[in-house]
Design a protein around this ligand. Structure first.
Ligand code: SF4
Length: 222
């Protein structure tokens, strides 16, 4: 871990048990010191009742929260995770809706809460169809330079394209990859709740949302 003074931008926290972590005595020393400090807050069925309380604490500490909901590996092709326990998924409930509404109403420092929460709500517990095969609004590149179907699934045909083959020197995308997306999506996708896919789709539809996508520190400095 670098010294605090050396850190300019840093995504520091991955919380699965976010309530416990947010209660940590170490957090206050980072808020307001590190620029654009973001807590990745992952909600599951065991901590769902504490969302509001957790992001309120983080906001008070000047820490931005990126809220997402746990997803599971629905088949062996979902290689992003080894979590398969369906009971961890978060379902829609009045209590959850009340918490999300309060976060927006109280203006807590949560990444794109007003825009994303209604869309995340629609796909809970894990029912997103990202439509990537119809409109390539998001590119996921694996550690070996191969294109993945998405963050959740590597795919079988899609990785035959390397990122260097896919984008030419003018930045144009080789649409030959579309057939691999279509085939892999049809064969292996069983839905998910990947929030970044919602965001990339939104940005394609409305470029003005790019500013909103920045975290609060960046927005303040623009
Ligand atoms: S699992 Fe992948 S392909 Fe399927 S909906 Fe989610 S992001 Fe899209």
């Amino acid at each position: 871990m670098p010294e605090i003074g050396q850190i300019k931008e840093y995504t520091l926290f991955q919380f699965f048990f976010c309530r416990v972590a947010a209660s940590s005595n170490k957090l206050p020393q980072y808020g307001g010191v590190i620029n654009d400090l973001v807590a990745e807050v992952t909600i599951d069925s065991r901590n769902v009742e504490h969302i509001y309380e957790t992001v309120k604490k983080l906001s008070d500490l000047k820490i931005n929260s990126s809220v997402n909901f746990i997803d599971i590996a629905k088949s062996p092709y979902y290689d992003f995770s080894n979590v398969t326990d369906k009971s961890l998924l978060v379902h829609r409930s009045t209590e959850l809706k009340n918490q999300l509404d309060r976060i927006v109403q109280d203006g807590l420092d949560v990444h794109m809460a007003k825009t994303l929460f209604p869309l995340i709500w629609k796909i809970l517990p894990s029912n997103l169809d990202c439509g990537i095969e119809n409109d390539i609004h998001n590119l996921c590149i694996d550690s070996d330079d191969a294109v993945r179907l998405c963050l959740r699934i590597r795919g079988v045909g899609t990785p035959s394209m390397k990122v260097d083959d896919l984008i030419d020197s003018n930045g144009n995308l080789d649409l030959g990859i579309k057939k691999f997306y279509e085939a892999d999506k049809k064969a292996y996708c069983m839905g998910c709740n990947h929030t970044c896919m919602i965001m990339s789709k939104l940005l394609v539809e409305d470029e003005n949302l790019i500013g909103e996508q920045h975290h609060s520190d960046k927005r303040r400095n623009e």
